[in-house]
Design a protein around this ligand. Sequence first.
Ligand code: F0G
Length: 481
Amino acid sequence: MSVKFRNGENIPLEMHKTRVIQRLNLLPIEERLKASQEAGNNTFLLRNRDVFLDMLTDSGTNAMSQAQYAAMLDADDAYAGSETFYRLEAALKDIFGTRFFLPAHQGRACENIICQTFVKPGQSVLMNYHFTTTKAHIMRNGGSVVEIIKKEGLEVTSDLPFKGNLDIDRLRQEIETNGAKNIAFLRIEAGTNLVGGQPVSMANMREAVKIAKEAGILTVFDASLLSDNLYFIKVREKEFANKSLHEITLELGSLFDLTYFSARKLGCARGGGMITNREDLYNKMIGLVPLYEGFLTYGGMSVREMEALAIGLRENLDIHVIEQTPVFVEALVKELVAAKIPVVTPAGGLGCHVNAMDFCDHLPLEQYRAGALAIATYIASGVRGMERGTLSEVRKEDGSEHFAEMELLRLAVPKRVFSLSQIKYVADRLTWLHENRHMIGGLRFTFEPAVLRFFFGRLEPVSDWPQKLAEKFRKDFGNSL
Ligand code: F0G
């Protein structure tokens, strides 16, 4: 909500109040150090009880509204034909204008079904940028990923309002050189997760989809991060200033052949789904839903979550709901920029992305700059972020590292969860860490899983730097937590 304060300052003002709370714990730094060791220096392996502010993700952690909780009590438990399913299906039809809905337990489950159905060995999937689970499913089906994001999308600082846009010339080139039949589909990801939560403009999506359709290529929309993207279309794309969020969503629903989403993000619940107007696509995928997910009227979701989702998706058409993440991300980015900390700009959705490439430029890339910054941040603050860099990549076939184009520490800002003072705390501790950044050392694997290694891989520091960092913190902060 944009309200001008007397001193001219722009402070995010919440259009809701908090009536259910969860107690938090801020451990002393010595205990945080111990917890980081027990977690193999991987923030995914920390126990949440040892975390002060959980900024790992917004996946399944957005605050729900009282209307969502109320709806959960009115769920219809049935293996087949549940009324809850029909309510959710009707909500999706109303919101996106799509006729067919297949439920799934979360976003990657949709990717499994879509990739098994549409990716043939040797085919490529064109996209603005990959997401970890998307790439894994494409590769598992013998396909490969070709990223055609605009070059500004991979630059840390830029003033381009839609850094998630596709490079249209490259799209044309790829189709021309590879041939449409070697392209499984074009995938556009709203809010480009791995490169800073940067949005895609409607104009760019229209153009890319038109080209793909003319070439006979299937178009797929990953709407997991649609909420933030919708906000940016509304506020940054002139044509939509006077359009309702519903009108924008309806256009997106009609633009793509197939849309899928993680409802752990979109709609503030826990689940997933695929929607389309094309009966042929629906019929191709339908058989895999009962095989992997559950019967067609629940698809692995709890009926209570489905009720919450139906309400959450409708609430997503309220600007005061969808602005919550972007305005808080902007507030954090502003504080960090003022403290000269390298971050991805312009502020996007999903979270604040600290540029570990620069923050830890004294570390060799083999020692995982973003991974080291993630664990150093936890030690210094109890704040849990997520590595989005080389650790999240897949090694090349010869076993060597595939260095990520960006080394980011993502500090996710789930909707309606954190207060402004907590955001200020994050900025304060990151500023201290930045002043002491040369104390941050590298990491190396002690256990490296072959698939999605960042989830449960274990690492060790290359020296006793975490210990020394904790001692410096004590010296500087006395007995403060
Ligand atoms: N697509 C995008 C753009 C995502 O951000 C995610 C999940 C998925 C697909 C997969 O959905 O988790 O429900 O299976 N992103 C989470 C995150 C995990 O933390 O950013 P899922």
